[in-house]
Ligand binder design. Structure first.
Ligand SMILES: [Zn+2]
Ligand SMILES: [Zn+2]
Length: 68
């Protein structure tokens, strides 16, 4: 699959990620990766620990989120 953003501007780049929000394929140049902390719900007798996760978005969804 090729990068959706690149395809819009007539280029063809191999996609390395899929936007979590819109499902568009994006290349290394267009992908926005941000760390996300996932906190597991507390359960009796279980130690709460934060787990590192990752969130990948395309430029369009990132811009849309930032304009809110
Ligand atoms: Zn691209
Ligand atoms: Zn997107």
């Amino acid at each position: 699959m090729n990068c959706y953003e690149c395809a819009q501007s007539g280029r063809a780049s191999a996609a390395v990620a899929i936007c979590r929000l819109c499902g568009a394929a994006v290349c290394t140049e267009h992908v926005h990766s941000e760390p996300m902390q996932v906190r597991e719900p507390a359960q009796p007798g279980k130690v709460i620990h934060d787990q590192s996760a990752r969130r990948l978005t395309c430029p369009l969804c990132r811009a849309a989120e930032e304009s809110v």
